[in-house]
Design a protein around this ligand. Structure first.
Ligand code: PBG
Length: 318
């Protein structure tokens, strides 16, 4: 008699039949560096993650490297908010300090967006009529070049302005960074699950929301088109975000573009598990690995997760 349960009956059999495997090299650990921060600050809901200043992030990275993390994603949080004409000096300083101390033992991606920089907290330069797209693209391209000059390994635009990947690619190439890859937040929905992040990055919009530029969760065709557009503009890697609410799109995007697609397990997804665990309702570590396997099963090549630094202790191999 056919019994599907037979192959689930021991750990050895389950491991023999396991279809999804991944390693720590495919996990990316985000971190926040806040300019001028006097001391580390906790981030509500984000277990194991704090807001850093430069000395504290250098200590954290040292520890993370020991814990087998190799990919990091920096979110720079400047102290001064402006309308436009943003300065990247302090972020360049952060990047070069990290580079100086750790060399090429890590791969350092930099999130490229304006929402932590603008007075209004939107991801674009605005005027009284709304988004100034060309000005925004100029600012994004300028920041990407500044980050690459300081030693970034990769640029990760998260702003969702049409045309930004092309503009960033062209600016990097013109400045001699033609081998610096762009990992684009290519299918990024307007979402409630970014809440904890916006506290950490001090980037909540001061009016309105991000529906003018982030995707509508009801639209599959626009979600696919957005990644296709990023691929056409020259993105090297694509991404869906939030991860758990975009699982259905990962394979179709991969098949349509031929590019690898990652999943961002965003702050609200991660905090959901942290808070459930605080209430004694789930086992945090097991839940975390469970979700990572689901991303892999859905076709994700890499995963951005606030829990990457736990992977080694959870038995995830190299
Ligand atoms: C910046 C940006 C956001 C996230 C990554 N880059 C917030 C947003 O779009 O509002 C969210 C990440 C997270 O929630 O973990 N645009």
């Amino acid at each position: 008699m056919k019994r599907l349960m037979r192959l689930r009956s021991s750990q050895h059999l389950r491991d023999l039949c396991a279809e999804t495997e991944f390693n720590r090299a495919q996990l990316i650990q985000p971190f926040f560096v806040v300019e001028g921060l006097a001391q580390e600050e906790p981030i509500p809901g984000l277990r194991g993650n704090v807001r850093h200043n430069v000395p504290s992030i250098l200590r954290q990275i040292e520890k993370d490297l020991e814990d087998g993390v190799t990919h990091f994603l920096l979110f720079p949080v400047p102290s001064e908010k402006k309308e436009s004409g943003f300065s990247h000096q302090s972020t360049q300083e952060t990047i070069s300090q990290i580079r100086k101390q750790f060399g090429k033992s890590l791969c350092l991606w930099i999130d490229t967006c304006l929402c932590s920089y603008t007075t209004h907290g939107h991801c674009a330069v605005l005027d009284e009529h709304g988004i100034k797209i060309e000005k925004t693209l100029d600012e994004l391209a300028k920041s990407a070049v500044a980050f690459a000059e300081a030693g970034a390994d990769g640029i990760s635009p998260s702003d969702m302005m049409d045309g930004r990947v092309a503009r960033i690619r062209a600016a990097l190439d013109e400045n001699g960074f033609n081998l610096v890859p762009v990992m684009s937040y290519s299918t990024k929905f307007a979402s409630n699950f970014y809440g904890p992040f916006r506290n950490a990055a001090d980037s909540a919009p001061q009016f309105g929301d991000r529906r003018h530029y982030q995707l509508d969760v009801r639209n599959r065709s626009d979600a696919l088109a957005s990644s296709v557009r990023c691929a056409e503009e020259g993105a090297d890697l694509l991404m869906v975000k939030p991860g758990l609410t975009s699982l259905d799109l990962i394979r179709p995007i991969q098949e349509r573009t031929g590019l690898q697609v990652g999943a961002y397990q965003v702050s609200g997804e991660y905090a959901g598990m942290s808070l459930l665990a605080e209430q004694g309702l789930i086992k945090f570590e097991e839940a975390l690995v469970e979700t990572w396997h689901v991303f892999k099963r859905a076709g994700a090549q890499y995963i951005i997760t606030y829990g990457a630094r736990y992977a080694k202790q959870l038995g995830i191999g190299r």
